[in-house]
Write a protein that binds this ligand. Structure first.
Ligand SMILES: Nc1ncnc2c1ncn2[C@@H]1O[C@H](COP(=O)(O)OP(=O)(O)OP(=O)(O)O)[C@@H](O)[C@H]1O
Ligand SMILES: [Mg+2]
Length: 288
């Protein structure tokens, strides 16, 4: 239903029972899509993709919440928030029932971008959550309270398959898998896909695979092309056409607390991530 039709539904005087029905449909179309970035292999570009895909979607005028679900807090610091000053973060929401609206921070430079930040306290959550009732659904219940405020909610995960990653997959509509263009790229992907299947079978039957994003591609290195061919051979059109090239600006930007869109909009990294955002929107039939 488009906006005009929504407006028409809201303005029409019809019996209350059908108004209730139509408004529930209206709310449903407003819900932000929740996407987890996961790969239990370390250093493959999860956080770089989370930050810069989020910022690119914001540059395209979508509202985004980035949830930092990794105790390393790289997404929080990479967007310029001082982790030492984060008193309440995701840990407090997960373990102490803190209202996420009280914890979420908004980027000054990119007002459409909000962050549910974390700090090192999150390390403890992995153990404390194991004792909690419905432990796999804690993050889902938190995000249900805020997802309507955003077009997208991206969750940056740690390189593990622990309880917080399982919570992220349970809370999500889809999972986006960054794959580094290097020799051992496919190693461990089977384990990740198996975990995704377990979550689909037991916790979240609606979880889709959004796709695989190839990162740190270097055309001077033969192995990059070989890995790209191999991943495309295995996963076909589940692999995004947009490839993220190795670009030094992408590794510099977080030390300035900026996304690539703010740090250098004309860099290859910014062009790649803007294209990734556009492809994501196209695949979701969401282009404005
Ligand atoms: N396209 C790129 N070009 C150059 N450097 C990159 C690129 N993508 C990521 N990096 C660098 O590679 C390193 C690992 O990236 P990143 O932190 O995004 O990976 P990660 O999967 O989140 O790691 P972890 O598993 O530890 O959370 C970082 O230093 C980052 O700056
Ligand atoms: Mg990371």
């Amino acid at each position: 239903m488009n906006n005009l039709e929504n407006q028409a539904v809201k303005n029409t005087v019809i019996p209350s029972i059908s108004i209730t029905f139509d408004l529930s449909l209206y709310n449903e179309t407003k819900m932000g899509k929740i996407i987890t970035l996961a790969n239990q292999k370390g250093g493959v570009g999860k956080t770089t993709t989370a930050i810069n895909l989020a910022a690119s979607l914001v540059a395209l005028e979508y509202k985004v919440l980035l949830v930092d679900a990794d105790p390393q807090a790289n997404a929080t610091s990479g967007l310029g928030f001082d982790v030492k000053n984060i008193r309440t973060g995701l840990y407090d929401c997960l373990v102490n029932g803190e209202n996420p609206e009280k914890v979420i921070l908004t980027s000054e430079e990119l007002p459409g971008l909000s962050v549910l930040p974390t700090n090192i306290d999150l390390v403890g959550a992995e153990i404390e959550m194991l004792e909690m009732p419905n432990r796999e659904y804690i993050l889902k219940n938190i995000l249900e309270k805020v997802r309507d405020n955003y077009d997208f909610v991206l969750i940056d995960c740690s390189p593990s398959l622990g309880i917080i990653v399982i919570n992220a997959l349970t809370a999500s509509d889809s999972v986006l898998i960054p794959v580094q263009c290097e020799y051992f790229a496919l190693e461990g992907l089977g384990k990740l896909l198996n975990s995704i299947r377990l979550v689909q079978n037991n916790l979240n039957p609606d979880l889709d695979i959004e796709g695989f994003v190839m990162t740190m591609y270097d055309k001077r290195v033969k192995i990059s092309e070989q890995v790209l061919d191999e991943v495309r051979h295995h996963f076909d059109d589940m692999v995004f056409n947009t490839i993220i090239h190795r670009n030094v600006k992408l590794s510099e930007a977080p030390s300035y607390g900026q996304s690539i869109v703010e740090y250098d909009i004309s860099s290859t990294g910014a062009i790649n991530y803007m294209n990734l955002a556009k492809e994501l929107l196209q695949r979701n039939n969401m282009t404005k």
